[in-house]
Design a protein around this ligand. Structure first.
Ligand SMILES: *Cc1c(COP(=O)(O)O)cnc(C)c1O
Length: 374
C-alpha cells in the first residue's frame, strides 16, 4: 500500500467546487493585488482574526516575512538579540538575522520538542529584546513560564504559529498570547494556500498599522510613503483560497486528531517515543513525529513498504553552517541535537484512511515491537 506523506490533491478534490468558484470570482474581478481595498484579502483577514481571536490580522506574502516584518514593526534591529528555539524551521532564526539582530538559541524541553522555558533566563543579556517561541509540529510551546521570563526581563513575545493554526494552551488559542504572532499558509501547513502566503496578528493597533505599512512599501494610502517598507502582500487568489479552506479547518483538525489517536493506540508499547501532549494543551498535529534510536531502520522499512516519511528537522539550527560559523556548539544544545538524530515524521493529513494508518503502524510494530528486529 502506498501512503504519501501528505495529499493536497485529495483535499482539493473534496472542495473543488468551492475553490474553483472562489478562484473564478477573483479572476472575473481581476482582484489580484489591491491590499486592504481587495475584498478577498479583507474578507480573509476578518475571518482569520475571528478564528484566532485577535483584533488585527494583516495578510502578507509568507510566514517568514510575517516574522521579519513583525520584528521590524517592534523596532528590533542591529545591536539586539532575540531568543529562538534551537529546534525549529530556519525561518524563525532567519527573520531575526534579516532585521540585523542576532538569534540566540535555547535548547528544547526534553520530550516535547518546543523551547525549554528553563533555559531562557541564562541566555538573556542587556541586548535581548524578544523571545520567539515556536508552537512546533502543532503543539503550543509552554507559554506561561515563557511569558513569566519575558515579563521579568521586559521582553516582547512574538509567537511563531506557522505550524499550529487553532491549537490551544490552557484555553487560549496560539497567536493570542504574545504581543504579536506570525502564521504561515505554505501549501503543506494545516491551513495552506495554493502558493506562498502568511499573516501577522496582534491586538495592538499601532503595531498593526506599522506592520501593514511595512508590508506595502511603507504607504498608509497610495503614494503616501511614510517609511521605507517592502513588497510583501497577500494576493487576492491566495486570500480567496484561504477563506474557503478556513471554513473546513476545524473539521480537518478533528480528522488529524482522530488519526493521531489511532496511531497512538496502534504504536503503544513499542520502543518508540510518541508525541506527548501536556495537560492543558491541545495539539493540531501539523506533523506526527515519533522518535527512536533505530530511526534509519524505521525509515528504510517504511520506504520499502511504500510509506513516505520525513525528518523535521535533520539538524538543530545551531548546527547549521551560518550558526556554526557564528560560534554555536552542539554541547550547548544536547536535547535538540539528540532529538534531531532520533525523530521521524510519519504521514499525517486529514484525508488519510484507517487502513493507511494501520499499515504504517504494522511496519513500526514489526521492527520495534516485542519481537522486533531493530
Ligand atoms: C513554515 C514555517 C515558517 C515560515 O513560513 P513560510 O510561509 O514558509 O515562509 C516559519 N516558522 C515555522 C516554524 C514554519 O514551520
Amino acid at each position: 500500500m502506498e501512503v504519501p506523506f501528505a495529499d493536497l490533491t485529495a483535499q482539493y478534490n473534496a472542495i473543488r467546487e468551492e475553490i474553483d468558484a472562489a478562484i473564478g470570482d477573483v479572476i472575473a474581478e481581476t482582484a489580484f493585488i489591491g491590499g486592504r481595498d481587495n475584498r478577498f484579502v479583507s474578507e480573509f483577514e476578518a475571518r482569520f482574526s475571528e478564528f484566532v481571536g485577535v483584533r488585527h490580522c494583516i495578510g502578507c506574502a509568507n510566514g517568514t516575512d510575517a516574522l521579519e516584518i513583525l520584528l521590524k514593526a517592534l523596532e528590533i534591529g542591529p545591536g539586539h538579540e532575540v531568543i529562538v528555539p534551537a529546534h525549529s524551521w530556519i525561518s524563525t532564526a532567519e527573520a531575526v538575522s534579516a532585521v540585523g539582530a542576532r538569534p540566540v538559541f535555547v535548547d528544547s524541553r526534553p520530550g516535547v520538542y518546543t523551547i525549554d522555558p528553563a533555559g531562557i533566563d541564562q541566555r538573556v543579556t542587556p541586548r535581548t529584546r524578544a523571545i520567539i517561541p515556536v508552537h512546533l509540529y502543532g503543539l503550543p510551546a509552554d507559554m506561561d513560564p515563557i511569558l513569566e521570563v519575558a515579563h521579568r526581563h521586559g521582553l516582547l513575545v512574538v509567537e511563531d504559529s506557522a505550524q499550529a493554526h487553532g491549537a490551544t494552551y490552557k484555553g487560549r488559542r496560539v497567536g493570542t498570547m504574545g504581543i504579536a504572532a506570525a502564521f504561515s499558509f505554505y501549501p503543506g501547513k494545516n491551513l495552506g494556500a495554493y502558493g506562498d502566503a502568511g499573516a501577522m496578528l496582534t491586538n495592538d493597533a499601532s503595531i498593526a498599522r506599522r506592520a501593514r505599512m511595512i508590508a506595502n512599501h511603507g504607504q498608509e494610502k497610495k503614494h503616501d510613503h511614510l517609511l521605507e517598507g517592502r513588497n510583501s502582500r497577500l494576493d487576492g487568489l491566495q486570500a480567496a483560497v484561504l477563506t474557503v479552506k478556513l471554513r473546513h479547518l476545524d473539521r480537518w483538525t478533528e480528522h488529524r486528531r482522530g488519526h493521531a489517536a489511532r496511531y497512538e493506540e496502534a504504536l503503544s508499547g513499542l520502543r518508540l517515543d510518541l508525541p506527548l501532549v501536556p495537560a492543558g494543551s491541545t495539539h493540531v498535529y501539523h506533523l506526527f513525529v515519533v522518535a527512536t534510536d533505530a530511526r534509519e531502520e524505521l525509515r528504510n522499512a517504511m520506504r520499502s513498504a511504500g510509506v513516505a516519511t520525513a525528518i523535521h528537522y535533520p539538524r538543530a539550527l545551531p548546527m547549521l553552517p551560518p550558526y556554526l560559523a557564528a560560534g554555536c556548539r552542539a554541547e550547548d544544545y544536547p536535547t535538540a541535537t539528540r532529538d534531531s538524530r532520533r525523530i521521524l515524521s510519519l504521514p499525517m493529513y486529514p484525508e488519510m484512511t484507517n487502513p493507511m494508518i494501520d499499515h504504517v503502524a504494522a511496519i513500526a510494530r514489526r521492527l520495534l515491537g516485542p519481537n522486533g528486529t531493530a
